[in-house]
Design a protein around this ligand. Structure first.
Ligand SMILES: [Zn+2]
Length: 601
């Protein structure tokens, strides 16, 4: 099973980017048109942002430009994401980056001029045009950190350059890094990033699984210094920006746009590190016992509890699962699911050069797109439900809100997605009395939903906090240091239950999230909210679904605390997180019980 080339993938397994631009020419024409619009707008607005009317006019012009920009940018990035080996895609994405930076440079005076206005003028603009209130609020918090207009302009001109570390990271990972086949008992097996994360990590044959891990780690190690240097450059940019703008520390600078204070950030990491660990160690022990492993290593953590049970599922079958599992969300929502299949919003193909993992992109004014590499394992039902959770969120928010108001804080982003995973699990559990199926569902929620969001990403967050503490104190990091920090976090969490295998310390190399600020911790934050709300729904609280739909429609018009409040969850306290950890502990106890029941039958 060697990797297909993108050009050999059947079209029905791909998404239809023609909804963004019908042809490459249309894309090029749109770029030209937008370039012209920006020229005209800049000339028209220059010197006019001096009063309430001037401010409103400028914001309106910005809105129009952003709407066009989003569609163009999405086309460049989505076409690139399905095949990063393609020269054409690379060039398109790169030239979009410099195009965007040029436009930002031409328009940087708009923000500077708006922020130079008295606060009273901006407040009046808010009252006159409530639809821009949110935009202005977000602007106002930046006021103390705004630099001289010429400095802002110079920084904007370097926009694409500042994104270079992330581009370099992806190029190293997806283009340069080529994995040779690995051998077990004289037999040869193919390896790639996607094959490792999608298949080999879950492989039941212990020899193959551990050999794959070793071969995978060996290749990562060849690139560790380049990747660490790339990452350190990114951190330096973030730190320099925070310093230039006069933030007390890098955390405040990164958390500002999330509308979250540092205690909410720290709580998520500290509480889970300490209180979830004992439960997850029990789960690791259960895996070890069930699979009769000599020892439990880092390379064994992703296997499923009952691999011989895992049903296979086709793309077409998945559609029915989505509709049944998420039907509780109402007709409008299930219509969206139908559209996502009928209109090819989803890219299912597995091919060389495709981005790893899965994601959803929801360009304003068009419709959401989902990237996934379909492995036919039943647990893809949860991956797809997750991504359609993002899709459903922005489908509703984009419908209800203007472009400035549609996107909530990163803190909340993973709530609607993980919510769908919980709804799917509840649906599957409700419709079966079979102990083995039940165990499969619960173990999938643990091994996927909670493992991914509360363990993988959380351990990334704990590690990331250590990295930022070093950077904030004026230090820097290299590969040995990052390896040491990553290993430390893994060992702290797993104790002596899991052997942190040679190569596990390189896990930091696998995650693109480190180029997106304080992102990793938000997974557990979102899942804390969705666990609590899904429990309300499961318990038959009828208001819960409607409130949740309202939360989705609210988009970014409210802070994470307010959004959670709308759904009946108070995240200013530790309680929801403690309840969620207890819930996970409870699921693991059920797994232990079901396992011993099945053994005695
Ligand atoms: Zn997600």
């Amino acid at each position: 099973m060697s990797m297909l080339k993108r050009s050999d993938v059947p079209v029905e397994e791909t998404w239809n980017l023609e909804d963004l631009f019908a042809t490459e020419q249309a894309y090029t024409a749109a770029i030209e048109e937008l370039g012209q619009l920006v020229e005209e707008t800049a000339a028209e607005l220059a010197g006019t942002i001096t009063d309430v009317q001037g401010a409103i006019k400028a914001i309106k012009a910005t809105e129009k430009i952003q709407e066009k920009m989003v569609v163009i940018g999405t086309y460049a990035s989505l076409s690139h994401s399905v095949d990063q080996t393609s020269t054409e895609n690379q060039m398109r994405a790169a030239s979009f980056g410099s195009f965007a930076a040029k436009l930002a440079t031409k328009l940087s005076f708009v923000k500077s001029d708006l922020l130079a206005l008295d606060e009273a003028v901006l407040k009046e603009a808010q009252n006159t045009k409530p639809k821009y209130a949110n935009f202005i609020n977000k602007l106002l918090v930046q006021k103390p950190h705004q630099l001289h207009p010429e400095a802002e302009k110079a920084l904007a001109a370097f926009g694409a350059t500042f994104d270079a570390p992330y581009e370099l990271y992806n190029t190293t990972k997806l283009v340069d890094m080529q994995f040779p086949n690995f051998e077990v008992d004289g037999e040869s097996f193919p390896l790639s990033y996607n094959l490792f994360e999608g298949d080999w990590e879950l492989e039941t044959d212990t020899d193959k699984r551990r050999a794959a891990f070793e071969a995978f780690s060996k290749k990562l190690r060849d690139y560790q210094h380049t990747t660490a240097k790339t990452y350190n450059s990114h951190l330096t940019i973030e730190k320099t920006d925070a310093d230039l703008r006069g933030y007390d520390n890098i955390f405040d600078s990164l958390l500002q746009s999330q509308q979250v204070d540092r205690s909410m950030y720290n709580r998520q990491i500290d509480l889970i590190m300490n209180e979830l660990a004992p439960h997850m160690r029990r789960y690791a022990k259960l895996l070890q016992k069930t699979h009769q492993l000599d020892k439990m290593t880092f390379a064994d953590l992703k296997i499923s509890l009952d691999p011989s049970y895992e049903p296979k599922i086709t793309v077409e079958e998945s559609r029915q699962y989505m509709k049944d599992g998420l039907s509780i969300m109402g007709e409008h929502y299930t219509n969206m699911i139908d559209r996502s299949f009928d209109e090819r919003w989803i890219d299912f193909a597995q091919n060389a050069g495709k981005s790893t993992g899965a994601f959803c992109s929801s360009p304003y004014g068009v419709h959401p797109y989902v990237l996934i590499s379909w492995t036919s394992r039943m647990n893809e039902v949860f991956v797809l439900a997750h991504e359609l959770g993002h899709a459903g969120h922005f489908y509703l928010a984009n419908e209800e809100q203007n472009i400035f108001n549609a996107r909530p804080s990163l803190y909340f982003i993973e709530a609607p997605s993980t919510m769908n995973e919980m709804l799917m699990a509840n649906h599957l559990l409700k419709n079966s009395t079979d102990a083995r199926f039940k165990r499969w569902v619960i173990s999938t929620i643990i091994s996927r939903t909670y493992y991914h969001n509360f363990v993988t990403h959380l351990l990334e967050a704990a590690y990331q906090r250590k990295v930022y503490e070093i950077i904030d104190a004026g230090g820097s990091v290299n590969a040995p240091k990052l390896n040491e920090l990553k290993r430390e976090v893994l060992e702290q969490f797993w104790g002596d239950t899991v052997e942190v295998s040679e190569g596990a310390e390189l896990t930091w190399m696998r995650q693109p999230h480190y180029y997106m600020g304080l992102y990793p911790y938000t997974y557990s934050a979102g899942l804390t909210i969705s666990t609590q709300v899904s429990q309300r729904i499961l318990n038959g609280d009828e208001a819960a679904v409607e409130q949740w739909i309202d939360v989705l429609k609210a988009g970014g018009t409210k802070t994470p605390v307010e959004l959670a409040q709308m759904a009946g969850v108070d995240i200013t306290t530790e309680q929801p997180l403690r309840d969620t950890i207890a819930f996970i502990g409870d699921l693991i106890t059920q797994l232990e019980q079901l396992t011993s029941e099945l053994l005695t039958v």
